[in-house]
Design a protein around this ligand. Sequence first.
Ligand code: URA
Length: 200
Amino acid sequence: MGPGESTVGASAWATLQAEIERCVRCPLHATRQRVVVYRGSASPLVLFVGEAPGAAEDAAGRPFVGRAGQRLDRAVAALGLSAAEYGMLNLIKCRPPANRYSPIAAARCRPFLDRQLELLRPPIVVPLGRHALRAFDPSAPPISQAAGRPRRVGGTTLFPLIHPAAVRSHATRERWEHDLERFGRWLAARRWTRRPSQRI
Ligand code: URA
């Protein structure tokens, strides 16, 4: 069963997934190998949102399975998130040639993202990098300022982080680790205060 808490939710998810996989709304369908829809829990506490699939994701049909994904998986393990507690997806579902971000593809994919969010209903969204942040909060400051701090936007709780693929230098690695620690502390405090049956 795919994401969706009930049979109805699961079948809505299956319908949505099939629709995304058939999509020809933008030119990226012509160059993709696989459509990359989602990986993770049917009911994630934390939803990580990236930009677009890279070569490894395009080949596998799953988000965040390449180098950036390995860094993200290590972060998920460090945060102590169980498999039932997180999910990963991208703004854009097909690989842009040369991994260049495509605003047109993002706009065409947006209704899919919105429907995924409606079905997954994640209490916490972690936009990775500036494009994902802007997709949730168009008036957000640059990612270098916003990363590592929670923000509420229209009923959604965001905790932006720099994109794991941007972690290339010593300075960006320190920033990534620092922001992850902040996220871990913030998350632990929220989990501590919620009732067992209550979603954050
Ligand atoms: N970068 C992203 O933004 N998403 C992926 O799935 C892989 C790399």
